[in-house]
Design a binder for this molecule. Structure first.
Ligand code: FAD
Length: 294
């Protein structure tokens, strides 16, 4: 099912993300975690493509099993990074053959160790080019793109960033998922600005539950996200106690999601990082609000 149909049907949508194994020997563990998350019957599940050094070779395989074996709509990511024209054509054909209806078109993180951007981005330089490839294919895909409430780190200004975002949507993006953020006001400001710029596709708010202190540094490095004082205090107080930090991080993410729903945001994607227990705890905390219709 296309995600745009799910957004129309559901009052609220809560979805989760998994990333493929970095090495073959942990494939079974990732598959088990994926199945556990799928048992929660989320609105959909996304599968990243080569993010954070993970391999992209299992993205299709996992997205396919989410849909076929576990009965949950899936969203497969695809990146410009490390993709040639040939591999993109091949991937698009594979997605179509596997019945994947939803694809997230991304530029990708430039991997460490690759000698410069030019080598990583040989044939495609921006996500908009992948959006066009997907739109011009015969796959009838529902296409997603990324957006940045706190501005993409490489952008000169927010107005530049929003102008390119508008181009990406004009090229065929059906929905946008946000980078993680820890202060909802940043999202509300961003929504106001993009709506004013004429971007009216559904926006999915991306929420990252921080469940251990090490994750904080990595999350900030990757996203450049602002950490509100309230969040810093929580890490300061509970960062050395694994159990306490996990509980506090889940509570903070839950609180963010409730505030989003209360303020008219209807679609939330949780960066659940292959952690079924975290996904389950958040979903349970929201059960009275989202009911079974997540
Ligand atoms: P783009 O849309 O290409 O934008 C990148 C930068 O270029 C921005 O500054 C933008 O303003 C600018 N820009 C855009 N178009 C143009 C243009 N035509 N000319 C000049 N400048 C332009 N990474 C992975 O490797 N794998 C994943 O699976 C993955 N999943 C993600 C999911 C989400 C929801 C998000 C938010 C990010 C994800 N990432 C993933 C990380 C993402 O690849 C990085 O944030 C990357 O730096 C930018 O990707 P993008 O698709 O937003 O790029």
């Amino acid at each position: 099912m296309k995600l745009t149909e799910i957004f129309k049907k559901n009052k609220y949508s809560l979805s989760f993300e998994v990333f493929p194994p970095k090495t073959d020997d942990v494939y079974d563990g990732v598959k088990t975690a994926t199945e556990e998350i799928a048992k929660l019957s989320p609105a959909f599940m996304s599968v990243t493509y080569g993010a954070g050094g993970g391999t992209s070779k299992y993205t299709l395989d996992i997205a396919k099993s989410i849909r076929e074996e576990f009965g949950v709509p899936s969203l497969a990511h695809l990146t410009c990074v490390s993709s040639t024209k040939e591999t993109v054509v091949e991937r698009i054909a594979d997605f179509k053959a596997a019945g994947i209806k939803n694809v997230m078109a991304l530029r990708g993180d430039i991997p460490n160790g690759v000698a410069g951007t030019e080598k990583a981005l040989r044939h495609y330089h921006h996500a908009v080019e992948l959006v066009r490839e997907l739109r011009d294919s015969d796959g009838d895909f529902c296409i997603g793109g990324a957006c940045y409430p706190e501005v993409h780190p490489e952008s000169r200004s927010q107005s530049d960033d929003i102008r390119y975002l508008w181009e990406k949507v004009e090229a065929g993006c059906d929905f946008l998922t946000t980078q993680m953020f820890f202060d909802n006001n940043l999202l509300y400001n961003f929504l106001y600005k993009i709506r004013e710029a004429g971007i009216i596709v559904p926006i999915i708010a991306g929420i990252m539950p921080i469940t251990n202190a090490k994750q904080v540094e990595r999350a900030i490095k990757l996203s450049g996200s602002f950490m509100p004082q309230r969040f810093k205090m929580l890490v300061d107080k509970f960062g050395n106690d694994a159990e306490a930090m996990k509980q506090a991080g889940i509570a903070y993410a839950t609180d963010q999601i409730i505030d989003l729903f209360a303020n008219g945001v209807t679609n939330v994607h949780v960066y659940s990082m292959n952690k079924p227990d975290v996904a389950a705890a958040i979903q349970k905390n929201l059960s009275g609000i989202i009911g079974k219709n997540a």
